[in-house]
Design a protein around this ligand. Structure first.
Ligand SMILES: *[C@@H]1O[C@H](CO)[C@@H](O)[C@H](O)[C@H]1NC(C)=O
Ligand SMILES: *[C@@H]1O[C@H](CO)[C@@H](O)[C@H](O)[C@H]1NC(C)=O
Ligand SMILES: *[C@@H]1O[C@H](CO)[C@@H](O)[C@H](O)[C@H]1NC(C)=O
Length: 596
């Protein structure tokens, strides 16, 4: 077992400036001021809570001021564990912001292979982890127009990740925007909920929201434009972005959003107060805290060390049911995303939304895919992953999905695995993303949809035949692989970064570097842009995976509803009849597909 110590970072965990240091720091900043206005502007900024002193990094001759480990909340420890975040205390003097704060508590996740976007090597963590990082171009003091601001929310399935894994220097320097990355509470610390005020749940999302609010209140001091704020994220970060778009608490908080490979419709991610309470009780049981009254249960959990809570909460997880995820809590998320759209209460914002071409490559991560070699093993794994559906028609749904995707049961294991990945990717990502694009476009949000289709050349899983989950981030952020890219890949990266940042600046991703017009998505033409090194006039396509999207969004969702409308009201015969009808409709669709 790997031991992990709470991160001991004196400058972060102690009060930022002791009484004795304060006059000295003041003197130092005065000295800096007298050295010239530019030097002072480079590294010291005044926020609502006090002064910050950052450092200067450099990318391609452009200087960027980085302010790292900036607290945007009080430490969520002691009585504040499992509670919504609270604004930080102000400080006197100048606070050093030159090193990342520790990550939030997380277990090492073994992700074999090539999963750098989410790779977390035995990270040092502390429960006192609510910090953000600002990367702001050095500005000429007379520069009048403030800069667009991009706030990034990392992924990692709500269980792992940290703001420090994405270095914002390049994005900020290349395209003259301000980039902010942030930490939010993960796992039980971020998502434990008892369905009442003792642990209201969605704490990680509220952390993100408080960080975004910090940016709104303070970014002008860094040269940022509060009216041009974009939030963006990948995977669980993309789902977070999607949920922020739907939350009525966020009215007027930000203007634009980019959701990469994850939306509020992603199956199995949105729990209920009841499912959260069940998770909380299972955790409590393993820590000897199972009290009937939730107040007692939570107070017992608060008495445990962070390490104990972390270890126990990892043991509660199972691959087909991720515990400690966002829930419909009645406040941040008043009701289901479907209902929110139906009520027409979504604020109009510009939106980029997209997926990778072989999202299902994500199953490579756990190594289990090697066992998918035949029709039987295909079905077994399908039943396993479909466990996130709590539906009495699971058997029919599983059969339907197998029939839809397993094209040739006697094909090679690699082909069966590819069929499985296509199935998984459409189910988890393409179908929900398409549905979300449609809902947002219909709700009056200018929406741009993309398909990222450039499998990085430096990976040896080319056989999957597309770009896997998260691989677009190699093109948006620097990584240890950046130097391994071909010139064509580097150009694509440059174009994508320009596109993302131009969108942040203007609400339109059509930068001059894009050799094609990226049209808006609408329900009828359903156009999207294919992002690849062969970007050109034929990169605009329409109707992404249309048959499969229809299968998931109409046939399967209808199948999943059949039992609930009928159960207890009409006889089992009627229910069977309804199921039969749907299956008949579905076979027509499959038949149609075979003909096309
Ligand atoms: C971020 O990137 C810049 C530019 O490449 C580099 O100078 C800096 O050291 C990086 N920061 C970290 C923390 O890796
Ligand atoms: C599944 O649904 C049934 C009936 O609606 C409900 O009683 C049960 O608690 C659900 N199970 C889970 C794990 O959500
Ligand atoms: C299925 O795959 C096997 C093995 O590759 C091949 O021999 C056979 O022709 C395929 N059948 C169809 C219908 O494509």
């Amino acid at each position: 077992m790997i031991m992990r110590m709470d991160f001991d970072l004196p400058s972060e965990t102690e009060s930022p400036t002791t009484a004795m240091d304060a006059p000295l720091s003041l003197l130092l900043s005065l000295l800096l001021l007298s050295a010239g206005p530019c030097a002072a502007q480079e590294t010291t900024v005044t926020t609502k809570y006090g002064q910050l002193s950052g450092l200067t990094t450099d990318y391609d001759g452009v200087s960027i001021r980085a302010f790292l480990g900036v607290p945007f909340a009080k430490p969520p420890t002691g009585d504040l564990r499992f509670m919504p975040p609270v604004e930080p205390e102000p400080w006197d003097g100048v606070r050093e912001a030159t090193a990342f704060g520790p990550a939030c508590p997380q277990e090492k996740m073994f992700l074999p292979g090539f999963v750098e976007p989410f790779l977390n090597s035995a990270r040092q963590w502390s429960e006192d982890c609510l910090t953000l990082n600002v990367y702001a171009p050095v500005r000429n003091p007379s520069a009048a127009d403030p800069l667009a601001v991009m706030v990034y929310i990392h992924g990692g399935g709500w269980q792992v990740g940290t703001g420090s894994e994405n270095n914002g220097t390049q994005l900020a320097a290349e395209n003259n925007v301000i980039v902010v990355t942030l930490n939010y509470r993960l796992g039980a610390f971020g998502f434990l909920g008892t369905g009442d005020q003792h642990a209201p749940g969605n704490l990680g999302l509220l952390d993100q929201r408080l960080a975004i609010n910090w940016v709104k209140e303070n970014i002008a001091s860094f040269g940022g434009d509060v009216d041009r704020m974009t939030i963006f994220g990948l995977s669980a970060g993309g789902i977070s972005v999607s949920l922020h778009l739907l939350s009525p608490l966020n009215t007027g908080l930000f203007r634009r959003a980019i959701t990469q490979s994850g939306t509020a419709f992603t199956p199995g991610t949105l729990g209920t107060k009841e499912s959260a309470l069940a998770d909380a009780r299972r955790l409590a049981q393993s820590l000897d805290c199972d009290r009937v009254a939730t107040e007692d249960l939570v107070s017992c959990l608060k008495s445990k060390t962070a390490q104990d809570v972390l270890t126990a909460s990892s043991a509660v997880q199972s691959p087909s049911h991720i515990s400690f995820t966002p829930i419909v809590d009645g406040t941040f998320l008043p009701t289901s995303p479907e209902e929110i759209f139906a009520q027409g209460s979504v604020e109009a914002r510009e939106h980029i939304i997209g997926v990778s071409s072989m999202e299902g490559g994500i199953v490579l991560y756990n190594g289990l895919y090697e066992q998918i070699v035949s029709e039987d093993t295909f079905r077994e794994h399908l039943e396993y992953v479909m466990g996130v559906y709590n539906s009495t028609n699971l058997v029919q749904i599983t059969h339907a999905a197998k029939f839809e995707y397993l094209t040739n049961a006697t094909a090679s294991p690699r082909d069966v695995q590819k069929d499985f990945m296509r199935m998984y990717g459409d189910w988890m990502f393409v179908a929900p993303t398409t549905r979300m694009a449609r809902e947002f476009a219909n709700a009056g949000n200018p929406t741009y949809m993309y398909l990222f289709d450039q499998p990085p050349s430096f990976f040896d899983h080319q056989w999957i035949g597309g770009a896997s989950h998260g691989e677009e981030n190699y093109f948006l952020w620097p990584s240890s692989r950046s130097d391994m890219m071909t010139d064509a890949e580097k150009l694509l990266g440059l174009r994508m970064r320009r596109t993302w940042t131009d969108f942040a600046k203007t609400g339109n991703p059509n930068s001059v570097d894009l050799p094609v017009i990226w049209p808006q998505y609408d329900q009828h033409s359903r156009q999207y842009l294919v992002l690849s090194t062969t970007l050109g006039s034929d990169s605009v396509k329409a109707h992404m995976h249309s048959k499969q999207v229809f299968f998931w969004n109409y046939i399967v969702s209808a199948l999943a509803r059949v039992c609930c409308t009928c159960a207890g009201l009409v006889s089992g015969g009627a229910s069977l009849w309804a199921t039969g009808t749907l299956l008949a409709v579905w076979s027509l669709v499959v038949g149609f597909r075979a003909v096309v």
